[in-house]
Design a binder for this molecule. Sequence first.
Ligand code: NAD
Ligand code: ISE
Length: 334
Amino acid sequence: MTVNIGVVGTGMIGREHIRRLSTVISGARVTLVTDVAADAAQEVAAAVGAQFVPKAEELVTSDQVDAVVVTSPGPVHPEQLSLVIKAGKPTLCEKPLATTEADARGLLDAELALGRRVVQVGFMRRYDAGYRDVRAAVAGGRIGTPLLMHNVHRNPDVPAHWTSENTINDSVVHEVDTIRWLLGEEITSVQVVPPAPHPDHPGVQDPQFVLFRTASGLLATVEAFVRAAYGYDVRCEVVGTEGTASLVNPVRSSLVSATGEVQAVPASWKDRFEAAFNTEFQEWVDGVAAGAAPTGPSVWDGYANVLVAEAGVRAIATGAVERVDLPAAPELYR
Ligand code: NAD
Ligand code: ISE
């Protein structure tokens, strides 16, 4: 079976995923696309033999669409995800699920009322081979009892309008998901400690040092640095009583000469996580084709991640340890 896919949002990552679905993933084709920027979206559609439709509602309810990919900006995800939940169509939505706790709660309630999982949220690090190895080592007891987790998340650069809050909501939210998934525990508090300000961007807290506590008291740290200049550098290490499990960044080649050894650093999340995105999409498409419920990050995960990110944004303002009061996960997501 070929899964017919409608894509909502044909901006930067929307185009990436349309390319992926059209040239890398088997068993899928993009049939409809929509975007408020109609002209550009029409070009994107024509390039892959898809059709443009002006409204998300038309796309979601079309019989030419078996499943939906949402790649619009976070604040419009709730409006569009309400449509897919109403239509009961399998959907892979880029992170974040929503940008406010109230919107995320509304989506959680809507999916609970439907009574089955429809939406998967695009936290693609769960599909990265390195992160999967670290998780398996921890779960398999190979580092003994986990005690703490260190993370580094460096971007080469961000747009001029970037704020300190963006660093939490757009970047650190990946670690929020990874910490919860990898340690298998919910986050109960967050604190943001600003190092010395970046000399060229004193108005933004960059880097930020973020400290999370989990339900059993584990500590997880994140150095988030969005103007690291030299490249895209993501690291993770879990320290246990009998060893440590670390992410080894994929190395494509290295150059050894009299002056030393040089290894290329990925330029962006696109190349660092290309393989993870491909696995994420292939597993999702295969599941849709088989009529199976999604197994990836759920609306519950999206909701929990928004709640933690909101506490992180409060922590930037207060400098204090902000509590996260997450209710128990509903049965559907356990
Ligand atoms: P973008 O601004 O490049 O693209 C968004 C597109 O959505 C634009 O073409 C815009 O016109 C369109 N759009 C806006 N409102 C719309 C609406 N109401 N209906 C239909 N289309 C609408 O943004 P982007 O960088 O592609 O990011 C999109 C999403 O992907 C964000 O949620 C972002 O957080 C996420 N993202 C994830 C990763 C990752 O590593 N997983 C990386 C980048 C972006
Ligand atoms: C971007 O939106 C992503 O999701 C990337 O994975 C992340 O590294 C970057 O910081 C975000 O801006």
